[in-house]
Design a binder for this molecule. Structure first.
Ligand SMILES: Cc1ncc(COP(=O)(O)O)c(C=O)c1O
Length: 388
């Protein structure tokens, strides 16, 4: 896409991926035109077609996440809804929760909300000198009241990857429920929820899963029962005024976002056919290329651990130049889309000591190229020079 004299360079995939694979646009258009009935409600052809689209998307997500029973994947409107359902659905007055020092506000705000209502106590575990999470400290923080551990899988600020397999092991040993926020990793890294032994996993549809905004989901392991956030029509058990107890209906009520779910299904199918490992490798390669180029710039400070494996999410600061000024200049003058500031994760910025100014974040997607990175580096150098 071209705006003004420059081709648009989109480096904000951690906020929302763009562009989407062609098949995502096509699936949404076809759904709107050919499957316009209300899924699971009416029983006519268009209603059945809509229901089939939703079933197929659920099956594709289950395949991607190594889940045998796709009814354990609850479709929601985003990761925020999934996290609220998991957190508010499992916790009771007096429970203790352990989380990391990097969580997004969609984890921290529901937790702080419950804490304020004096329903829970909270421990936030920071990094060790080498890793984004001090695992021994996390285990030490466990008390008899600890009900839930919440950890992100990948940071939307530093790109750090969290040791969810080890945390799952600790949670299992102590009989604690483990919730993963896979918003930044679903579609970028292989995730086998059954092998990992994760109890709950929230994900969003519009980032690396390549679906549209307004889609997401929550995996709920068999044996975990949550209090639902809402009750209503499901198209099932219509004779009863009691909400059904079976999945996915227990946690899904009201007419769903079928068009969005069609797009999400197409995005996940694209990932399954390309291979999540291949996608992860391409992004890792682009990340390494970007970091190497950034490291050549005088005074550049890159956060996270550039030497270890990480997501293609790179945050940096340049001395004396505000990240918002750089981002505005990159967008207005060169048509390069980046994200400055706190990235809805003030806790993470406190942890890496970039609060309140924040950082400039570059987040790469599968359709980005080294040519775009070279162009960005030239424009960034010009911007810094002009600001000095
Ligand atoms: C780590 C993390 N968790 C949760 C979210 C929330 O996702 P959504 O806005 O789709 O609910 C985001 C979005 O930026 C994120 O990066």
């Amino acid at each position: 896409m071209r705006t003004g004299k420059h081709k648009t360079v989109y480096f904000d995939n951690a906020a929302s991926s763009w562009p989407k694979p062609e098949r995502v646009y096509r699936a949404m258009d076809a759904c709107m035109r050919n499957a316009g009935g209300n899924p699971g409600r009416s029983g006519h052809r268009l209603s059945l077609q809509a229901a089939r689209i939703i079933f197929e998307t659920r099956e594709s997500l289950a395949e991607l996440f190594g889940v045998a029973d796709s009814s354990r994947i609850i479709l929601t409107s985003n990761a925020t809804e999934s996290l609220n359902l998991a957190i508010k659905g499992i916790l009771k007055t007096g429970d203790h929760v352990i989380t990391t020092g990097f969580e997004h506000n969609s984890v921290m705000r529901p937790l702080r909300f419950l804490e304020k209502e004096s329903k829970l106590s909270l421990s936030c575990i920071g990094p060790s000198h080498k890793e984004p999470l001090d695992l021994p400290l996390l285990e030490k923080a466990i008390t008899a009241k600890t009900k839930l551990i919440v950890s992100m899988h990948g940071s939307n600020v530093s790109g750090d990857i969290f040791p969810i397999a080890q945390i799952a092991g600790i949670a299992k040993r102590h009989g604690i429920v483990f919730l993963v926020d896979a918003s930044q990793t679903a579609g970028s890294l292989p995730i086998d929820l059954t092998k990992l032994g994760v109890d709950l996993c929230a994900f969003t549809g519009h980032k690396a899963l390549l679906g549209p905004q307004g889609t997401g989901g929550l995996y709920i392991r068999e044996g975990i029962v949550l209090r639902a956030l809402k009750q209503g029509g499901t198209g099932s058990r219509s004779e009863s005024e009691e909400h059904p107890e079976f999945l996915p209906d227990k946690y899904e009520s009201g007419t769903p976002n079928t068009v969005g779910i069609a797009g999400l299904g197409a995005g996940v199918k694209y990932i399954l056919s390309t291979g999540v490992r291949n996608i992860g490798e391409k992004k890792a390669w682009l990340r390494a290329y970007l970091i190497k180029k950034l490291q050549d710039i005088d005074g550049m400070r890159i956060y996270g651990n550039p030497a270890s494996a990480g997501l293609a999410v790179v945050s940096f600061t340049v001395p004396e130049v505000n990240s918002s000024t750089i981002a505005r200049n990159l967008s207005d003058k060169y048509s390069i889309m980046t994200r400055p500031g706190l990235h809805c994760a003030p806790l993470a910025h406190r942890t890496i000591r970039t609060f309140p100014e924040g950082t400039l974040r570059i987040s790469l997607g599968i359709f980005n190229t080294t040519r775009e990175i070279n162009y960005f580096i030239r424009c960034l150098k010009n911007t810094i020079k002009q600001a000095e």
